[in-house]
Design a protein. Structure first.
Lengths: 291, 252
């Protein structure tokens, strides 16, 4: 069954497909699509992206083949729906310790910034894993199709969403795997969560494809690549970069909103000590034998 | 609920850096990444130049710049007044490092401050940024409060030894290392300070020793004119002010 939309960039399509796996598998058609078509689509899309994921996805395919619609729905319900819920799919809960906490609000604001509002049909909070993965797909779609709108904001948001997932999905996976073992459920969702984690760690291939041939690709994360950003503002004392102009504006605005001064932002943190009078000693006296 | 704060008596401080070392051992700091920094600087010029020093931990401000700019809410203030970083939320954007006027934050992936790079000498095989030969017990590691060996790509800072202080009996006015019952709850730098230049206690309790010392000895705060309202106070003796304020707070 040809389920791939050729008008959507494969990277966006990939995350969109993966997101579907974390919605409740209700309905015979949707369930069959998940069990039969999803693994094939993921392998095909990965190959379009130049990645061979057949090994990782093969494991998922095997489990899907042995699972019927009812047991898939029962597994999903046991893991993610029936109280006490062993593994909540609301990712921000693992950081905030509560529903609708600050991380969730942050996500909501990010969605709004990209013109996304929660549908009344979505009876869950904005930090549901499926929603977050779909949003990730949208960000990739915007980056690959819409192009030069706000590339830096897009990269920030991509990295921010990825950071949120990297911090939370391991815990969901651990809980899901433990519950599957304890209740003898098909190990399908822990395998899917492991796949999400694998892809999130596969930064160069799936997040920064352009960076593969880029010398900055070896640095550990996007924010470490700031030294190569085009609009860096130099320290007025030593000339080394402090931050990008946009970042300094954001920081200055936030400080002013909190009633705090922003005058020191022109200097890098290393040069501020000298401004405060903490200048290290120098042999600047004029004595024979000293330079 | 206490509001923890520190008093550093600059008349007693000898610049020995025992606090720096104790903090490094207690909190598994990379060599050179001194949460409890002692700054050495010169005042005056030859032939009357003087070498001076100034201990500068995180000021745990009442109104912290770092918290105001943190985009993910990773930097937060506990109910007992301690400013901490949640390493699970930190994305390593370094906004806080740029915004903090005191320069007391550190980023893991910077160039090593001392050679050789201990992150390579004691490389980590898990999510920790390195694997030092000395470590606090795993049970005390608490990434939610920035305690322990940090993961990659996060910002770290002094926690006022939160893993100790948070266990103190409620209502304790001062964490005095001379009291055997309280010693284990007192920050490592305060316990170790050989001349006893550091005091730690509840700033909101007028009967605490820190409150009385601040009142009796005219405690001053670093860069107080900025409005961050640090919770670290300095006792400077009769005519003194902290170095950054000296030109402003000069005695007539």
């Amino acid at each position: 069954m040809d389920t791939i939309d050729s008008t959507v960039p494969p990277r966006a399509e990939f995350w969109q497909c993966l997101a579907q796996a974390f919605y409740a598998p209700r309905g015979e058609h949707f369930s069959r699509s998940l069990r039969e078509d999803l693994p094939e689509d993921l392998v095909e899309l990965a190959s379009l992206l130049g990645r061979d994921l057949s090994g990782v996805i093969g494991e998922i395919r095997e489990v899907f083949l042995q699972t019927d619609a009812d047991s898939l729905l029962q597994t999903y319900s046991s893991l993610f729906l029936v109280p006490p819920i062993p593994a909540k799919l609301n990712v921000a809960v693992y950081l905030d310790g509560t529903l609708l906490g600050p991380q969730c609000k942050m996500l909501e604001k990010t969605y709004l910034r990209h013109g996304i509002e929660q549908s009344p049909e979505m009876h869950d909070t904005p930090d549901h894993l499926a929603t977050v993965l779909e949003f990730l797909a949208l960000l990739f779609y915007k980056r690959d199709c819409v192009g030069a709108g706000k590339p830096e904001t897009l990269r920030d948001d991509l990295e921010s969403v990825r950071g949120l997932l990297l911090r939370t999905v391991p815990e969901i996976e651990r809980r899901a795997a433990q519950t599957e073992r304890e209740r003898a459920l098909p190990a399908v969702y822990s395998a899917l969560l492991r796949l999400v984690l694998t892809l999130l760690h596969d930064e160069q291939a799936l997040f920064f494809p352009a960076a593969i041939n880029d010398e900055t690709a070896t640095s550990p994360g996007y924010f470490s690549k700031r030294d190569t950003a085009p609009d860096l503002v130099a320290c007025t004392e030593c000339g080394r970069p402090v931050a990008t102009a946009r970042e300094l504006k954001v920081i200055a605005d936030r400080l002013r909103q909190s009633g705090l001064p922003a005058d020191h932002l022109g200097l890098c943190p290393d040069c501020r000590n000298a401004q405060y009078g903490w200048r290290p000693g120098r042999a600047d006296f004029d004595l024979p034998g000293f330079r | 609920m206490a509001t923890w704060g520190m008093v550093i008596d600059l008349e007693k401080c000898t610049g020995c850096q025992a606090c720096t070392l104790a903090c490094g051992m207690e909190n598994n700091r990379l060599p050179g990444e001194n949460w409890q920094d002692v700054i050495f600087f010169t005042e005056g010029s030859y032939p009357s130049a003087q070498l001076k020093w100034f201990p500068r931990p995180c000021q745990h401000c009442e109104n912290p710049s770092c918290m105001a700019v943190c985009p993910t809410g990773a930097t937060f203030k506990t109910a007992d007044g301690v400013v901490l970083v949640d390493w699970d939320k930190c994305i390593g954007c370094k906004y806080c490092m740029v915004a903090c006027p005191y320069g007391v934050r550190f980023y893991t992936e910077e160039k090593p401050l001392v050679s050789p790079d201990m992150r390579k000498v004691h490389a980590s095989k898990d999510e920790h940024s390195w694997n030092p030969p000395w470590k606090m017990p795993d049970a005390r590691e608490d990434w939610k409060h920035g305690v322990g060996i940090q993961p990659h790509d996060v910002v770290s800072k002094c926690t006022f030894c939160y893993h100790r202080v948070s266990m103190a009996p409620p209502g304790t006015p001062d964490l005095d290392p001379q009291d055997p019952k309280l010693r284990e709850f007192t920050p490592a730098c305060v316990v170790t300070c050989p001349p006893g230049a550091r005091l730690f206690g509840d700033l909101s309790n007028p009967e605490s020793r820190v409150s009385r010392m601040i009142g009796d000895k005219r405690g001053v705060r670093l860069l107080d004119q900025l409005g961050n309202k640090p919770q670290v106070y300095y006792l400077t003796g009769d005519g003194g002010a902290v170095p950054s304020n000296r030109a402003i707070d000069k005695k007539a």
